[in-house]
Design a protein. Structure first.
Length: 241
């Protein structure tokens, strides 16, 4: 069935009302913060088992920070992504599990933007693009110029562009989202490398070999020893065959 692609470049105007959100990191020590960041990186790299171990250990040490609970939920979503890529129908149960857990934490964390990104991913995997779009809008509402929201939005539309018959709108939305994240002043080199890889992979998939390889080389240049540099080298080799 042909899916409708909703064009959504989520750059909200500065005129939006800014809502003060209490810091979600106050409950963690510096060491726990470092472990939390490590687990998030592992999730981005698809290393769900390692990330789950860290989030589980953190949840035993500090259960009051909602980011830890959300980290475990995002690990479940990551497991669903891997199962779906492997054509395992059990991915649907994993997504249902994650969605139920998200609903359980929603009321107490109504202004928590990270939570809406997890909702957006769940909805997108179930082909509920309108709901996914609304969840992304809420994330941007509570946290304008949210790098992670642009990345998630890019991932959702990148996947759409690889599945649809008419791909240009989804592809352009994905590219604009990734570029918006790269352009932000606080985007670190690791994240820039990841985004350059995603842009390069997307270009290659849609037959843009020259720009695709250029972006992949940029990822290698930005973070030569990273996971994304290794992925970029592998993708360049595949494209050169």
């Amino acid at each position: 069935m042909k899916r409708n692609i909703f064009i959504f470049i989520a750059i909200l105007a500065v005129s939006l009302i800014t809502i003060s959100i209490p810091s979600q990191s106050m409950a963690l020590t510096d060491a726990q913060e470092e472990k939390y960041r490590e687990a998030r990186i592992l999730l981005k790299e698809g290393k769900t088992s390692e990330a789950k171990n860290i989030f589980t250990a953190l949840s035993l040490e500090e259960s009051s920070d909602p980011r830890i609970r959300l980290g475990l939920i995002d690990t479940t979503i990551g497991e669903a992504v891997i199962l779906r890529a492997g054509n395992q129908s059990t991915w649907k149960y994993k997504i249902q599990e994650a969605f139920i857990q998200l609903k359980g934490m929603h009321r107490a964390n109504i202004a928590f933007p990270d939570m809406y990104l997890s909702f957006a991913k769940c909805y997108a995997m179930n082909d509920r693009l309108r709901k996914s779009k609304k969840s992304l809008a809420k994330a941007f509402y509570y946290k304008p110029d949210y790098i992670e929201a642009f990345i998630v939005q890019g991932d959702i539309y990148s996947d759409r562009s690889k599945e649809e018959t008419e791909t240009s709108n989804a592809k352009n939305t994905a590219k604009d989202s990734y570029k918006a994240a790269i352009a932000m002043s606080d985007t670190d080199q690791y994240t820039q490398a990841m985004l350059s890889y995603k842009l390069g992979d997307l270009d290659l998939y849609h037959g843009k070999k020259e720009t695709g390889i250029k972006n992949l080389n940029k990822a290698i240049e930005l973070s030569s020893d990273s996971y994304w540099a290794d992925k970029s080298r592998q993708r360049i080799m595949e494209a050169s065959r």
